[in-house]
Ligand binder design. Structure first.
Ligand code: SF4
Length: 381
C-alpha cells in the first residue's frame, strides 16, 4: 500500500548525497530514483537481435541498457540500435579510443570507458571532446579482476584501496579535462571486496555510483550474492544505479534488480506479491497459485501489493496491509480482501481470474488517481 516511511522510521534509508549526472533522459545521482540496468548479450553487429533483446529489457522495466562495442562493425550497428531503443544506451568500450568516439557519434548516452586505459593524452582529449559534443556521460568501471599492474604490485592483490585508487586515478584524468559527467563502479565477484571498495569510494568522491557485484554467477546463487552485496550498500544509502550480473537471461537481471530495490522500499514497480510458504493448513495450493499469478500479473507496472496466504493463521493480518488479498479458508473457498478490508467470499475455483481482475482494477484506479494528481499539480502551477 502507500509509503508509510514517515511513520515507520525503521524503514527509512538516508541516501548518500551525490552529484547528479544524466544518462540520456535518465537522471543518475542527486536523489534521482535508483535506475536499473542490464546489458545485451547478443552480437552487437546483429542489430535486429540486439534491438529485440533491448525491447524485452524495456518491457521488464530497464531504465538503461548497456551494449558492447568491441569493434568498428559494432559501433556501426550501434547507430541503428540507438535509433530504435526507447531507453538510453551505454556503449561498453575497452581500450580502443576510436570505438569511444564512434559510439558517441552513433548515439550512445554514456560511454563505459576507463580513460587511463586508452592511451596517450591526445586520445583521452578526443574521447572527452566527443562525449562533450554529443552529450554523453561516462562510467569509469574498475574491476578487481583487471586492476592496473602497478596497483597490484603496490598492494599485492586486489583490495579495496587498490580499486579506489584506480577509480580516483581515472576520475582525475576526466576532471583534468574539465569533464564531470561521470559515474563510477568498483566491482568484484566477491561481495566483501565489492562492498568495502564502494564504502571507501563513497567517502572519497561525490560522483554517482553504479553498483554491481560482477560475475555474480548463475540465477539463484548470483541473485543471492547480489542481494547481499547490493542490499548492504543500498541499505546504507550508497548507490545511484544498479546492475545485477547474472549468467542468465538479462531480463532476469532487471527483475532481480527491481526486487532488490522493492525489498528495501527504494523503488516500486509492479505487483509485490506477499505469499506464505504454505503447509498442511493451506486451503488451496499456494505455491501453484502464486506461480500462475506472477505470470499473469507480469504486465502490470503500477506499484501495488497482493497477499496470497494459505489460511487464516496469517492471511487476515497480511491482507490488512495489502491492496488486494486472498486468504484460504475451508470447504474449497477463501476470502478476498480489498484495501485491507474483507470484500467477499470466493470459491477456489475461479479465484485466479477474480484476483487478476481485482488487481487490474486496483492498478487502473491508482493510475487514474495519479493522473488526476498530475493534472491538479499542473493547474496549480
Ligand atoms: S499462513 Fe497458514 S497455510 Fe500458510 S504457512 Fe502459515 S499456517 Fe501454513
Amino acid at each position: 500500500m502507500s509509503d508509510h516511511s514517515h511513520i515507520r522510521p525503521w524503514r527509512h534509508i538516508e541516501r548518500r548525497i551525490s552529484r547528479k549526472i544524466r544518462v540520456g533522459s535518465v537522471e543518475v545521482g542527486g536523489g534521482a530514483p535508483i535506475s536499473v540496468q542490464s546489458m545485451t548479450n547478443t552480437p552487437t553487429t546483429d542489430a535486429a537481435a540486439t534491438i529485440d533483446q533491448i525491447r524485452q529489457l524495456e518491457e521488464a522495466g530497464a531504465d538503461i541498457v548497456r551494449v558492447s562495442c568491441p569493434d568498428e562493425d559494432s559501433t556501426a550497428a550501434f547507430r541503428t540500435i540507438a535509433r530504435e531503443a526507447r531507453v538510453p544506451l551505454v556503449a561498453d568500450i575497452h581500450f580502443h579510443y576510436r570505438r569511444g568516439i564512434e559510439a558517441a557519434e552513433a548515439g550512445a548516452a554514456c560511454l563505459r570507458i576507463n580513460p587511463g586505459n586508452i592511451g596517450n593524452a591526445a586520445r583521452v582529449r578526443d574521447v572527452v571532446q566527443a562525449a562533450k559534443d554529443h552529450g554523453c556521460s561516462m562510467r569509469i568501471g574498475v574491476n578487481a579482476g583487471s586492476l592496473e599492474r602497478e596497483l597490484l604490485e603496490k598492494y599485492g592483490e586486489p583490495c579495496p584501496e587498490a580499486m579506489v585508487e584506480s577509480a580516483l586515478n581515472h576520475a582525475r584524468i576526466l576532471q583534468d579535462h574539465d569533464f564531470h559527467e561521470f559515474k563510477i563502479s568498483v566491482k568484484a565477484s566477491d561481495p566483501f571486496l565489492t562492498v568495502a571498495a564502494y564504502q571507501q569510494l563513497a567517502e572519497a568522491i561525490d560522483c554517482p555510483l553504479h553498483l554491481g557485484v560482477t560475475e555474480a554467477g548463475p540465477l539463484r546463487s548470483g541473485t543471492i550474492k547480489s542481494a547481499i552485496g547490493l542490499g548492504n550498500m543500498l541499505w546504507a544509502g550508497i548507490g545511484d544505479t544498479i546492475r545485477v550480473s547474472l549468467a542468465a537471461d538479462p531480463v532476469e537481471e532487471i527483475k532481480v534488480g527491481f526486487d532488490i530495490l522493492k525489498s528495501l522500499g527504494l523503488r516500486h514497480r509492479g505487483v509485490n506479491i506477499i505469499a506464505c510458504p504454505s503447509c498442511a493448513r493451506q486451503g488451496f495450493n499456494v505455491i501453484e497459485t502464486v506461480a500462475v499469478l506472477e505470470e499473469k500479473l507480469a504486465h502490470i507496472s503500477t506499484p501495488l501489493s497482493l497477499s496470497i496466504i494459505g489460511c487464516v493463521v496469517n492471511g487476515p493480518g497480511e491482507a490488512l496491509y495489502t491492496d488486494v488479498g486472498f486468504t484460504g479458508g475451508g470447504k474449497g473457498a477463501g476470502m478476498i480482501y480489498l484495501n485491507g478490508k474483507i470484500a467477499h467470499k470466493q470459491a477456489n475455483d475461479g479465484m485466479i481470474d477474480e484476483i487478476v481482475a481485482r488487481v487490474e482494477e486496483k492498478a487502473a484506479e491508482l493510475n487514474a488517481a495519479r493522473a488526476a494528481e498530475a493534472v491538479g499539480l499542473a493547474a496549480a502551477e
